[in-house]
Design a protein around this ligand. Structure first.
Ligand code: HEC
Ligand code: HEC
Length: 297
């Protein structure tokens, strides 16, 4: 009897440690997705992930919300399904539309498994009872219902679809750059209503966040990164230095430090391979802004 009891105890112990290993692996994977997607920078605040960081846009100033697991002020009462709906469809648990200042326009491409890992990671973070600060938007742009209209023209929801004619590495790079790293949110020109002009993907934005020009990163030799070799791009994501030895400042320095530089070497290389494969688009972001294409000339 005693022996049987000891055996049960042992089995129980084995079972519980193997399931907590699985949990730990999921959380670790979620941490990696969190870095690759750069969730931490916008949701920074007085306390990590408790939000409050201002995000200036032509429509007004958004203040990032609290995404800690606090049940009252954060997302601690959200189910995994609620979380998936926010990233995939840009909706709150009560079905209201979220503003695209939260780049779900890119995150919609994340796989379900990556979203689940990200959720598991966020739920292990410290909860802070910090109240959300209301956005300060221009009168015409305050309505969440209007975002529904905007989405019809500017939002295509759905998980990233691999292109089977391309290599595994290319597909990984495309996924990292578009669904996670949301590079296009800054590097793609936007039209009058603020939607990304996807036919000019990564061709640079004359008026990026804070009205600062964001460079063209398609391989155009004159106006883009056409003169950068594959290893130049890799070195940039790895150490933050450009081929001419200079470094970047501002938002891209933040992207590098909190996201790109934390990726594995294979993932940095995959992004470089993907960028090299893009169609070269001529667009000089230092020239005058055209509100209809969001491009320079
Ligand atoms: C460019 C800045 C930015 C980045 C990057 C960003 N967010 Fe947000 N996020 C926001 C803003 C702004 C809102 C508020 C949108 C609104 O009120 O409709 C928001 C809203 C949210 C919400 C809804 C919270 C609520 O209470 O309604 C969740 C969940 C969320 N973000 C999670 C994430 C995760 C996870 C990531 C990384 C994959 C991420 N965010 C990356 C800016 C950002
Ligand atoms: C929040 C906005 C933002 C995001 C997101 C962003 N970038 Fe940038 N990026 C910038 C800005 C601004 C610069 C110019 C910085 C400078 O020159 O000081 C830049 C510069 C660059 C450069 C150097 C180009 C040159 O000609 O000097 C490369 C390459 C680049 N980004 C790639 C990426 C990739 C890949 C991603 C996604 C993983 C990404 N960026 C995400 C804003 C952004």
């Amino acid at each position: 009897m005693k022996k049987l009891y000891a055996m049960f105890l042992l089995l129980g112990l084995l079972f519980s440690t193997s399931s907590s290993w699985a949990d730990r692996a999921l959380v670790e994977r979620g941490h990696y997705i969190f870095d690759a997607a750069g969730c931490g920078s916008c949701h920074a605040g007085v306390k990590p992930l408790a939000g409050g960081r201002p995000i200036e846009t032509p429509f007004g100033t958004f203040y990032s919300p609290n995404i800690t697991p606090d049940k009252k002020y954060g997302i601690g009462a959200w189910s995994e399904e609620d979380f998936v709906r926010a990233l995939r469809h840009g909706r709150k648990p009560n079905n209201q539309h979220l503003f695209p200042a939260f780049p779900y326009t890119s995150f919609t491409g994340m796989t379900r498994a990556d979203m689940a890992a990200l959720y598991a990671y966020l739920m292990t973070q410290p909860a802070y009872p910090v109240k959300n600060r209301p956005h300060d938007l221009r009168p015409l742009f305050r309505s969440r219902a209007m975002v529904g209209q905007w989405k019809i023209a500017n939002f295509r929801q759905g998980s990233f679809k691999p292109d089977r004619s391309k290599s595994k590495e290319w597909n990984r790079g495309a996924y990292l750059a578009n669904a996670l790293g949301h590079c296009g949110e800054c590097h793609t020109p936007r039209g009058v209503f603020g939607g990304m002009n996807r036919s000019r993907l990564m061709a640079g934005n004359r008026k990026g966040p804070g009205d600062i020009p964001v460079p063209n990163i398609t391989p155009d030799k004159n106006t883009g990164t056409g003169l950068w070799k594959l290893h130049d791009l890799f070195n940039f994501f790895d150490r933050g230095v450009k081929p001419d030895g200079s470094s970047v400042s501002g938002r891209m320095a933040e992207v590098l430090g909190s996201s790109s530089m934390r990726l594995t070497a294979a993932d940095k290389r995959a992004i470089a391979v993907y960028l090299k494969s893009l169609l070269p688009i001529r667009n000089d972001v230092s020239t005058e802004y055209n509100p209809f294409t969001g491009s320079g000339h």
